[in-house]
Design a protein around this ligand. Structure first.
Ligand SMILES: Cc1cc2nc3c(=O)[nH]c(=O)nc-3n(C[C@H](O)[C@H](O)[C@H](O)COP(=O)(O)OP(=O)(O)OC[C@H]3O[C@@H](n4cnc5c(N)ncnc54)[C@H](O)[C@@H]3O)c2cc1C
Length: 305
């Protein structure tokens, strides 16, 4: 029974194990009873509200590699699962090469929350509204996963199955996400529409990344991801395709934004109606594409590596 007057956490056992192998086995042996956790900013709220009642919470913040934030000019940025969003925002390499991710992190709630909240937690929570997921999608993020059978890597695209549902299996622990180095001269933006400027989930979120592309006649390539307008974080493929292989004009951008709106399948909820969301997808996608196009245009001719 949930006490709505004085909400509180249900009882649980806190589990801290020494190795990833032990943690994966514990989680696999206690499927349905145990969950991994990082900052806890989703887990504890869902437990308080009665949506989750795990018997065991398995802390994975100290485990091998989860605290590392490392940039390699060839391999890209590896963000350990336990690295909080403020660390990413403060990273000089993230600021230089992954500005769209930094912008997305900054849009999450408040500084205080971001000292706990992690990008990997945002991804594993699998909310379609997760603010940092779009940036990780357009940057072609790869998840590093430890399981009872060893380790594997999975592209983030295809990871989400529905609200709160992912391809993770019992015993799986995401240890990090890697973001390849974007092409030199790439520009991006994240536009988030919320009910207020602080601590609210998005009504609609639009991430756009534009990259110089050697293929004529366009010389540009655009990636788009949408938040809060489908059961999963959405890549509007038709909109991306409309921008491919032709000279960019305001009309082409408008057409792509309309396609993004058509591809979105939002619901009515307390934050906004489906109809409003579809209109905002069109408007924000057009704004984001124009902003990125402008930034790319200003730095022409493209810098080379
Ligand atoms: C006041 C408030 C404001 C918020 N505002 C925003 C906002 O503006 N934008 C936004 O996107 N989110 C927001 N959130 C949600 C939340 O802060 C983010 O989703 C955050 O990034 C989650 O990270 P975490 O480390 O706290 O995850 P946790 O709560 O620790 O975990 C999240 C989920 O991932 C699973 N998990 C954790 N670690 C692993 C792992 N290593 N492997 C596999 N599964 C794992 C957990 O079991 C859980 O299901 C807000 C939350 C609060 C409380």
């Amino acid at each position: 029974m949930i006490n709505h007057t004085h909400p509180t956490l249900p009882e649980f056992d806190y589990i801290k194990l020494d190795t990833l192998v032990e943690a994966s086995h514990f989680l696999a042996d206690h499927t349905d009873e145990a969950r991994p956790f990082l900052g806890g900013t989703d887990v504890f709220v869902r437990m308080r509200d009665g949506f989750l009642t795990p018997r065991f919470l398995v802390d994975v913040k100290h485990l091998d590699g989860t605290n590392s934030l490392h940039f390699d000019p060839q391999r890209g940025l590896m963000i350990g699962a336990a690295v909080n969003m403020n660390r990413v925002i403060a990273s000089p390499e993230a600021q230089e090469h992954y500005r769209v991710l930094v912008e997305a992190c900054r849009s999450v709630a408040s500084y205080q929350l971001r000292t706990r909240a992690t990008i990997v937690g945002n991804i594993c929570n699998a909310s379609p509204a997760g603010d940092t997921i779009g940036a990780c999608l357009v940057l072609d993020g790869i998840l590093h996963i430890h399981s009872t059978g060893g380790t594997r890597q999975e592209p983030l695209a295809g990871f989400f199955l529905g609200p709160g549902r992912t391809r993770l299996r019992p015993g799986d622990i995401v240890t990090a996400i890697t973001l390849p180095v974007p092409p030199v001269g790439s520009q991006g933006t994240y536009l988030k529409l919320g009910r207020n400027r602080l601590s609210d989930l998005s009504i609609v979120g639009v991430t756009v990344l534009g990259c110089p592309d050697p293929c004529p006649p366009l010389g540009l390539r655009f990636r788009i991801a949408l938040a809060s307008v489908a059961p999963v974080p959405l890549i509007p493929h038709a909109a991306e395709a409309a921008l491919k292989g032709q000279a960019i004009t305001p009309e082409i951008i408008h057409e792509a934004a309309c396609l993004a709106s058509e591809e979105s399948v939002p619901i009515d909820d307390v934050r906004g109606s489906a109809r409003y969301r579809k209109l905002m997808v069109r408007n924000l996608t057009e704004m984001a594409l124009n902003a990125v196009w402008q930034k790319l245009h200003e730095q022409k001719p493209w810098r080379t590596a």
